[in-house]
Write a protein that binds this ligand. Structure first.
Ligand code: GLA
Length: 389
């Protein structure tokens, strides 16, 4: 990203001003393993990526809030006194949700001008929305001296996504965007928010993200449906054992209560969550012992569970994972993020990458008529201010 030209664009849109112009950046994220566990108090293992959202921001003196983006033609000029939600699907709702959270916490702000520019592929499940939310929250915190720490900002962004946007997501995305660290993934327990950084020493392997280019239609409502199904499973188990969330169960505990489920769908959902937490634990051990072959096997098992028990993959993601697994040099492959479209992540031998790109593209295209796009991201630092020279 050329920061100077982004700042020039800001000035040509909003003119010169007396107040300080500042630039902030928040990355996106990709999850290595631990899917649909975060809102169940479970374990996840994401990393922040070297693609994200830039925000140029400056206070103004006219009591207006201006939002514009280089990525979307829609822009908004709002009165300070009226920051209600706009129509569903409009990107400005993400920063508006954050302003709303600041207001609910009695943090004051004046008018400001904001220009966003992002390079995360949209609707690919790489957390472009959490990136917009976190960059906004972090910037407002600095510009208006709101005195939140990173954990507060992460929690505030999750609240906004749940209450303002209406997606009942867990905390993984904002957390990875907030706490990312170069060359490391984050082993996070979503129940108590304890976390550890895990260095990614990959030797001769690379994590390759493949975008299915399948649009994630209806994803939000399907996502919320899964959240409710897990709540239902907690209630079923509650007949014999009080638990707050499914992640309190080990695989052995699950075997002891599985007879309680009369609905096979709810039982499958619960089994996915319990077994996925187990896979995260095993993956972390495998990584510590530098056993990447085992890590790859656990990725494969995660995908199968997301396909058969959680039912969030769909034809395109399955085709992409199958195509990857047929390539020489692939150690493991799975869907990543919410599913219903978006991306897969594969662990691939570096010297087999060209062959991987070629054969996955051709097989996937044959099956779906779509062309995948590939990215090799670097594990990166979290949200931050960018010094302007
Ligand atoms: C989306 C949500 C996350 C998480 C994943 C699935 O990315 O925003 O909170 O639930 O799906 O693991």
């Amino acid at each position: 990203m050329n920061i100077q030209s982004l700042i020039s664009e800001f000035h040509s849109r909003y003119g010169a001003g007396d107040e300080l112009t500042q630039v902030f950046f928040a990355p996106g994220r990709v999850n290595l393993i631990g899917e649909h566990t975060d809102y169940n108090g479970g374990k996840v293992f994401p990393m922040a990526i070297d693609a994200g959202t830039y925000l140029v921001i400056r206070k103004n003196s006219n009591q207006k809030i201006n939002f514009a983006s280089e990525n979307f033609s829609f822009k908004a000029e709002l009165d300070l006194a009226n920051i209600d939600k706009l129509d569903d699907g409009v990107w400005v709702n993400y920063p508006l949700g954050i302003l709303n959270e600041f207001k609910l916490r009695r943090k004051s702000f004046s008018g400001f001008d904001a220009l966003y520019s992002g390079n995360i592929p949209a609707a690919a499940g790489l957390s472009s929305s959490a990136s917009i939310e976190m960059v906004t929250a972090f910037a407002l915190n600095q510009v208006f001296k709101a005195d939140f720490d990173t954990m507060n900002l992460v929690q505030l962004c999750k609240k906004s996504e749940n209450d303002f946007i209406g997606v009942n997501c867990g905390i993984m995305d904002m957390f990875a965007v907030g706490f990312g660290k170069a060359n490391n993934a984050i082993a996070l327990n979503c129940e108590n928010l304890n976390f550890d950084y895990a260095p990614l020493e990959m030797n001769h392997l690379k994590f390759v993200v493949s975008n299915s280019n399948k649009k994630r239609g209806l994803a939000d409502s399907k996502y919320n449906e899964r959240v409710s199904e897990c709540e239902e499973a907690v209630k079923v188990i509650g007949k014999v054992r009080k638990i707050n969330n499914l992640s309190e169960l080990s695989l052995k505990d699950f075997r002891e209560v599985e007879h309680l489920f009369s609905d096979p769908v709810i039982k499958k959902r619960a089994y996915h969550v319990v077994s996925e937490n187990y896979r995260v634990d095993e993956s972390l051990k495998a990584l510590k012992e530098n056993n990447l072959v085992l890590f790859g096997k656990l990725m494969n098992a995660s995908h199968i569970s997301l396909r058969d028990h959680y039912e969030v993959t769909g034809m395109e993601l399955d085709a992409l994972v199958d195509a990857a697994n047929r390539c020489e040099g692939v150690v493991g492959s799975r869907m990543t993020g919410a599913g219903f479209g978006g991306c897969t992540i594969s662990l691939v031998e570096t010297d087999k990458l060209d062959n991987f790109y070629e054969s996955v593209t051709s097989e996937y295209h044959k099956k779906t008529g779509l062309n995948p796009v590939f990215y090799v991201f670097k594990a990166s630092n979290g949200v931050r201010e960018i010094e302007i020279a």
